[in-house]
Design a protein around this ligand. Structure first.
Ligand SMILES: [Zn+2]
Length: 321
C-alpha cells in the first residue's frame, strides 16, 4: 500500500467508528452493482424535476411489487432521450457524492428499441453525462441483458453494441427463475472473446447450486448478489478457489425480503469462507441508500469491524484478475 492508501484506510476506519457518514463518503471506493438511472441522486432529481422519489421503506414481497412500485414512483421519468440523459446525470451525481472513484454500469441492449438512439448514441449519451457531471470518476461501460428475453432477440440487439465497441462488462438481470442459465452461454462466450468482464444476477432468488451452475456455464468473473451461496460450504469453497467476486447489496436484500435482518446477512458467512465480496447499492433511488450508507449500516449492525470493511472497500478498488 502507498502512503496515500494507508491514509485513506485510516480515515475510512476512523469515520466508520465515529459514525461519520461524510467521512465514509470521502474514502475512495468502487461500485460494480448499480442500475444506472435507478442509482440516481434523490435530492438532485427532485431539484431538477420537482418530483421527490420517496424510497421503499418496508419490505416488498416480490419482483412484481417492485415493478409496481417503480411504475408508481418513477413512471416515465427516464424515458425518451431527455429522460435517459437526466437518469445518467443523476447516477453520476450520486456516484460523486458517494465517493465512488470507479463505477460499472450501462444500458440494457433492449434500449435500442425504445427510441433513445442507436448503440453508438447510447454510449455517447452516458459518456457525455459523465463528462458533464463527474469526469474524475472512471466509468466502466457495461451492457445489460434481460433474463426473460429470447436469445434470438438478445443476439439481434447486442450485435450493434459489440460492433461499435467500447463496452467492457456484461450483466444479466431480471427474473432469475424464468429461463435456464445455459440459454445465455453463446452470448457470454462471444463477450468473453472480446475481453469483457462477465457478470450475472444469480443467487438472489435462486439457490447456491444456481450460483455454481451460472459461474461454470457462463464463465463469470463476478456474481451480482449470489448470497444463496452461503447455504453451501462447497459452493463457497468453489467461489473462493476461483476468486469469483460477489457484488452484494444488503439493503436491497432486506427490502426485497431476501434477508430478514441486517445482523444476520449472509455476507458475513461468505467473507468468513474466503469469498471476495464487495458492497453495493443496487438501486440507490429505490432503496434510499448509497454505498457509503451500506458500509456504515454494516458496521453499526456489528456485521463487520471497521478494518474488515476497509478490506472490502479495497477489494472493490482492485477487481480480481
Ligand atoms: Zn441488481
Amino acid at each position: 500500500m502507498t502512503l496515500d492508501d494507508r491514509a485513506a484506510s485510516a480515515a475510512f476506519i476512523a469515520a466508520l467508528e465515529a459514525g461519520d457518514l461524510e467521512g465514509v463518503r470521502r474514502a475512495p471506493k468502487a461500485e460494480s452493482h448499480t442500475h444506472g438511472p435507478f442509482g440516481g441522486d434523490r435530492a438532485w432529481l427532485a431539484a431538477r424535476t420537482g418530483r421527490d422519489i420517496v424510497p421503499v421503506a418496508t419490505p416488498l414481497v416480490s419482483m412484481d411489487e417492485m415493478h409496481a412500485w417503480t411504475a408508481t414512483h418513477v413512471g416515465d421519468l427516464f424515458k425518451g432521450p431527455e429522460g435517459r440523459r437526466l437518469g445518467w446525470e443523476g447516477a453520476f451525481v450520486r456516484a460523486r457524492r458517494d465517493g465512488l472513484t470507479r463505477v460499472e454500469f450501462g444500458d440494457d441492449v433492449w434500449m435500442i428499441t425504445q427510441g433513445v438512439g442507436d448503440a453508438p448514441a447510447l454510449y455517447a449519451g452516458i459518456s457525455a453525462a459523465q463528462a458533464a457531471v463527474a469526469p474524475e470518476i472512471v466509468w466502466v461501460p457495461q451492457l445489460g441483458l434481460s433474463r426473460h428475453c429470447k436469445r434470438s432477440w438478445l443476439w439481434r440487439w447486442i450485435t450493434p453494441f459489440l460492433e461499435a465497441g467500447g463496452w467492457e462488462a456484461l450483466d444479466l438481470s431480471g427474473d432469475e427463475l424464468i429461463q435456464p442459465i445455459e440459454v445465455f452461454q453463446p452470448l457470454y462466450r462471444e463477450c468473453k472473446t472480446r475481453g469483457m468482464r462477465l457478470k450475472a444476477h444469480v443467487g438472489e432468488w435462486g439457490t447456491a447450486d444456481d450460483v455454481w451452475k451460472a459461474v461454470e456455464s457462463l464463465e463469470l468473473d463476478d456474481v451480482q448478489h449470489g448470497i444463496a451461496a452461503a447455504d453451501s460450504p462447497a459452493v463457497m469453497r468453489f467461489l473462493a478457489d476461483h476468486a469469483i467476486t460477489l457484488n452484494v447489496c444488503p439493503t436491497s436484500n432486506l427490502l426485497l425480503g431476501r434477508v430478514a435482518r441486517l445482523e444476520d446477512h449472509p455476507i458475513r458467512a461468505l467473507f468468513d469462507a474466503g469469498v471476495r465480496v464487495t458492497i453495493n447499492s443496487d438501486d440507490a433511488l429505490v432503496f434510499g441508500v448509497g454505498v457509503s450508507e451500506e458500509f456504515l449500516a454494516l458496521h453499526q449492525a456489528g456485521v463487520f469491524s471497521a478494518e474488515e470493511l476497509d478490506q472490502i472497500r479495497r477489494w472493490s478498488l482492485t477487481p480480481a484478475e
